[in-house]
Design a protein around this ligand. Structure first.
Ligand code: GLY
Length: 389
């Protein structure tokens, strides 16, 4: 017998950021009755993120497995964006603009040479340019630029538009929204059965997906063995506006490592120029600080001196949900009925298409799709770490 009750669903997604929303949208598309719990769906770190799809330019040593997932998600982006734009009637600001990573001094250049070698060893497309060639591509760059990497495959999307489009697509696909905090996970007979909201509303669901970003460990009732090992890593970001008379100020994303810190400038077609980002281990703090803004402006100014002419329209800070190995946690936990989609750290916007596909596959078949097996949360479970005697 089927019970059709507003508080009963096949899937309850805790967290309505882009990861929770894409999971809910894909799950509803596959015919699952899906609910999202979030006081402000469409919010979260996507409201701060710059939206670089930087699989190649943000490659790090030791992250080869993550690279495969990132590349596959980047490959799926054009079709994903087209489908979501059709489903929501919203423009995502997806722009196949490419990225230029530059070096400002000899240390930066040595660092960039290393990155280039790693990119080539990994089979990626990346071209070394002289400083003069960089400036020919982007005339606003500082005259002292010592060289750079041209990566035509690293693009961008506008994360705020992405969040809004996902919200509309979810609503159109019949996802139910519970606008409140999920306070507690409920379990019965060793299985997750739903969540209770702060106002006491109890939701029952066949499967619960925890997609609450850096807050994913805060849901009461999670057994210790399934507590997701995510922590917040603060990022401060600025938004400037390029007046029409200056356009095109930059034609692609421009980034650099300046005195050891990453700085990037992401130019949107609508004139917004996003400058990011600090990376701070400060717990739950989301204060925009004078020091953070100063460092971003100083580094961005070293890179593109003309930014001082632009109106500074917004400053904000968000929390990246970081995991111990910088890769996401996607899949089942040791508690039957409880799945994770969190820990996306620096790659949440990039990994949105992949996460939706992987989680919907898992929710409908019970099997984690092969391309996501390396990202199962079970890689952190204590049982797995025990060594045989
Ligand atoms: N992927 C950009 C950042 O995390 O700052």
């Amino acid at each position: 017998m089927h019970t059709h009750h507003a508080n009963t669903s096949d899937v309850a997604v805790v967290g309505g950021g882009i990861i929770g929303l894409v999971t809910a949208w894909r799950s509803a598309q596959r015919g699952l009755r899906t609910a999202v719990v979030d006081p402000q769906p469409g919010g979260g770190a996507a409201q701060v993120a710059a939206g670089m799809l930087a699989a190649v330019t943000e490659l790090h040593y030791g992250e080869q497995v993550l690279l495969g997932l990132n590349l596959e998600s980047a490959r799926r982006y054009p079709a994903f964006a087209a489908e979501l734009e059709e489903a929501s009637g919203q423009d995502l600001g997806y722009r196949a603009c490419g990225t230029l990573s530059v070096a400002l001094d000899l240390d930066d250049r040595a660092h960039l040479r290393e990155l280039h070698a790693l990119q080539l060893r990994s089979g990626l497309e990346s071209e070394w340019l002289t400083g003069r060639e960089c400036r020919r591509l982007e005339p606003m760059l500082a005259p002292g630029v010592r060289g750079g990497l041209r990566v035509d495959g690293d693009h961008q999307v506008d994360p705020r538009r992405l969040a809004k489009a996902l919200l509309i697509a979810c609503e159109r696909a019949g996802v139910t929204f519970h606008r409140g905090w999920a306070e507690r996970l409920t379990t019965e007979g060793g299985r997750a059965t739903g969540v209770v909201l702060a106002d006491g509303t109890a939701l029952t669901s066949g499967q619960v997906v925890l997609a609450a970003g850096s807050r994913s460990g805060q849901l009461a009732g999670l057994p210790d063995a399934v507590l997701p090992p995510v922590r917040p890593v603060k990022g401060q970001v600025l938004r400037l506006t390029v007046p029409r008379v200056y356009a095109p100020f930059l034609s692609r994303t421009v980034r650099a490592v300046v005195r050891g810190s990453h700085v990037y400038l992401v130019p949107r077609e609508n004139g917004e120029l996003v400058v990011g980002a600090t990376s701070e281990e400060l717990g739950w703090d989301t204060t925009v600080t004078a020091g953070g803004v100063y460092e971003l402006l100083r580094d961005a100014h070293d890179l593109v001196p003309g930014i001082t002419e632009l109106p500074l329209t917004e400053t904000c800070a968000g929390l990246r949900p970081a995991s111990p190995d910088n890769a996401p946690l996607l899949g089942p936990t040791a508690l039957p009925g409880l799945l994770l989609a969190t820990g996306h750290y620096r790659n949440g916007v990039l990994l949105t298409p992949m996460t939706g596909d992987v989680m919907a596959g898992l929710l409908t078949t019970g099997e984690l799709p092969a391309e996501a097996r390396a990202f199962s949360p079970l890689r952190f479970s204590p049982v797995r770490q025990e060594q045989p005697a």
